[in-house]
Write a protein that binds this ligand. Structure first.
Ligand SMILES: [Fe+2]
Ligand SMILES: [Fe+2]
Length: 272
């Protein structure tokens, strides 16, 4: 197989929350623009509003207009009805690569995807102490971080992307009420990224958070919640596009679209 060479554009968006309102024009427009601006679509969870398989079928129908490969993680809303297996199957049948602790390669880019979990950040992170339910809660966050680490360890590509629903850093939840920071992500998700460095992290869930932050190692972290993107960039397509060079001779091309984030500095990272 020929090794991909050039620049791969990844469009990322999350928190579509497709529910009772159906396929509204903004959503139809969003997906109709993806294939024009990107080579891969990455979806960061909360694709449905309640995790109802009917909503997933609507999402699959909406995604039929996308002609580029689609990779996704699910979000907490996709679990609400308790039918996550069926939601996953509907999306998979529509060609979406749904990652849950899995690693996948698309166009020379490695993707490690996991939903993640809550629990807070830094000194405020919930610890596994006291009642069994508290320990179980923390265990869930630890397990998600371990799933991410396992997926990252399997990637053999030069360029790597971590796809999450919950935030791994506090930086991209800033702007939300501080009282709910612990429900928006977990710093435990950042730890695997220090052992297995990635070029970029995408997540959703923090609808009112900050658009961009940095994980340890100066790794860019983008909060791609659809609502946040719509508010921040009202005059352009509401997905974040990141360019990653792949292959031995990356093609430098002019940026023809506002909002495209080139990550050419990664070409200089030794051993990446
Ligand atoms: Fe959401
Ligand atoms: Fe969410």
């Amino acid at each position: 197989m020929t090794k991909p060479t050039g620049t791969v554009r990844i469009a990322a968006v999350g928190d579509i929350h497709l529910g009772g309102k159906g396929l509204e024009p903004p959503l139809q427009m969003l997906f109709s623009q993806v294939s024009e601006h990107a080579d891969i679509l990455a979806l960061c969870g909360d694709l449905t509003d309640r995790g109802d398989p009917e909503e997933a079928r609507l999402m699959a129908k909406a995604l039929a207009t996308v002609t580029v490969p689609i990779v996704a993680v699910l979000g907490n809303h996709d679990y609400e009805c308790g039918k996550v297996s069926e939601v996953t199957r509907v999306l998979s049948d529509a060609g979406v690569r749904v990652l849950d602790g899995d690693a996948d390669e698309l166009l020379g880019i490695g993707f490690a995807g996991v939903k993640g979990f809550a629990g807070g950040f830094g000194r405020g992170a919930l610890g596994p102490w006291g009642e069994p339910l508290i320990k179980q809660f923390v265990r869930e966050a630890v397990d998600e971080a371990l799933k991410l680490e396992t997926a990252l360890s399997r990637l053999r590509t030069e360029r790597k992307v971590a796809l999450l629903h919950y935030s791994p850093i506090v930086g991209t939840v800033l702007g939300e009420p501080p009282e709910i920071y612990p429900y928006l992500g977990s710093g435990r998700l950042e730890e695997p990224l220090t052992r297995y460095p990635v070029d970029v992290v995408f997540h959703g869930h923090a609808h009112h958070g900050a658009i961009e932050g940095r994980a340890r190692g100066d790794v860019p972290v983008y909060n791609v919640s659809w609502m946040l993107l719509q508010r921040t960039f009202p005059n352009r397509p509401a997905f974040r596009v990141v360019e990653l060079p792949v292959g031995d001779h990356p093609v430098e091309k002019p940026l023809d679209m506002p909002g495209v984030t080139p990550l050419r500095r990664v070409t200089d990272r030794p051993g990446a």
